[in-house]
Design a protein around this ligand. Structure first.
Ligand code: GLV
Ligand code: MN
Ligand code: MN
Length: 412
């Protein structure tokens, strides 16, 4: 093995330990902990001999120069933010594996032809502003003025948040990267599902990344006394909302026997006034639909919203829906998949081709260049929770596969 498994693991433990102590493992984007993590990462980039910069989208980049900086470059990375009460691998495994690969090239005097960028994308998880993949959207020019104006509950706009981490929101009205600037991009990530572990495989070669639609749904009824207001005249916003939640579940289940992958979730919900003896007057919730087909996703979202509208009408509740974000389903590049497969063979790692039900920065990168992903197994398929786990060896095999795949792509 070329990569240094111990160094990679030490770094993973060090960055994973930077968590909100009250809710491990939490390092929310735009928080002071996230900034602290980035400061640490910057020092690690420098220790590995990388040139460090922050782009206008707030992405932290460590560059290993190649022989010819005029050639389209190579990239790898992921994100260092987490969901609330998330795990120690989602995101940082991919950033630190990419760093380990660059550090190993440095140590061993391996000179790539092309520059190699290690990227910590800003805010891959849904941030307090409601938007996910902030940094990779900036690269592709998919941060609209409306998105930059999204506000966090604590106050302040996304544009201000990006500026506070060293980005330049004024430059985000166009893509930060052109097609052809990158020759290829490869992201390593834990699988976040049970398949590789169940089949005792070391690597997943990702073929497709699911599309994600997120909507804000708002229900506005009337607060009344819960003991004295007859059922017949209530305008209960939560009842309308719960019928919509049930519809999301039913709509997604209806696709279980079909070839398209469909899941629907209402994971965030605010109830007003949230008191046991008051009829709920308002509900704000997020609807998330993930699907392998963008057209199927659109029709499912429409049907769920129809149920929300009909239930609200029946109950005398006002209903509104607004699109927060739409990320289309993305195919990984065949040539990048081939390079990852060849790297698996070279290193003797067992592998299979598989689709990703999770969203990733690589999906945005696939709009700009040939992109692909390396999955490593995770314990019991658990992710977005404190139990999220992979072993030092599993991570090292993934990093070694990345090391070999980047070298193969560099020679193309
Ligand atoms: C990213 O973790 C996602 O929401 O899939
Ligand atoms: Mn995640
Ligand atoms: Mn992730």
């Amino acid at each position: 093995m070329n990569v240094n498994a111990e160094r990679l693991w030490r770094r993973l433990e060090a960055l994973g330990a930077l968590t909100d102590p009250g809710s491990p493992y939490t390092r929310r984007s735009f928080s002071s902990l996230h900034r602290q993590g980035r400061q640490w990462l910057r020092e690690q980039f420098l220790a590995a001999g990388l040139a460090v910069s922050v782009d206008a989208g707030g992405n932290l980049i460590g560059r290993l120069p190649g022989e010819d900086s005029g050639l389209p470059r190579l990239g790898s990375g992921s994100h260092t933010d987490t969901v609330p009460s998330g795990g120690r691998f989602d995101g940082i495994a991919g950033v630190l594996a990419a760093l380990e690969v660059a550090h190993t090239y440095q140590d061993q005097g391996v000179r790539l032809r092309r520059d190699f960028d290690v990227i910590d994308f800003l805010a891959e998880e849904p941030s307090e502003y409601g938007l996910s993949r902030v940094g990779s959207r900036a690269l592709t020019g998919d941060l609209s003025a409306a998105m930059l104006a999204y506000e966090s509950p604590a106050g302040g706009t996304l544009a201000e948040g990006i500026a506070a981490v060293g980005g330049d929101p004024a430059a985000l009205d166009r893509p930060l990267l052109g097609n052809g600037e990158f020759a290829a991009f490869v992201e390593l990530h834990i699988e976040q599902g049970p398949v590789l572990e169940k089949e005792s495989l070391s690597i997943g070669v990702v073929t497709d990344i699911v599309g994600i639609t997120r909507m804000d749904l708002a229900f506005s009824g009337q607060a009344d006394h819960s003991g004295t207001t007859p059922m017949t005249i209530r305008r209960d916003a939560l009842v309308a909302a719960s019928r919509t939640v049930a519809a999301a579940d039913e709509q997604a289940r209806a696709w279980l026997d079909r070839p398209e992958y469909v899941v629907a979730t209402v994971g965030k919900l605010d109830v007003k006034p949230n008191a046991s003896n008051v009829v709920p007057s308002g509900v704000d919730m997020t609807l998330e639909v993930r699907c392998s087909s963008d057209s199927v996703a659109q029709s499912i979202v429409e049907q769920i919203c129809e149920v929300g509208k009909a239930a609200s009408e029946q109950l005398g509740v006002a209903f509104s829906s607004a699109l927060v974000s739409f990320s289309p389903a993305a195919a990984c590049d065949a040539g990048v998949q081939q390079a990852i497969e060849a790297a698996c063979r070279q290193g003797g790692a067992s592998y299979k081709f598989m689709a990703s039900g999770a969203g990733h920065d690589a999906a945005c990168m696939s709009k700009l260049c040939p992109a692909g992903m390396i999955f490593i197994p995770c314990l019991d398929g658990r992710s977005h929770c404190a139990e999220e786990w992979a072993t030092k060896e599993q991570l090292a095999v993934g990093a070694q596969t990345l090391y070999d795949a980047i070298r193969l792509l560099d020679r193309r």
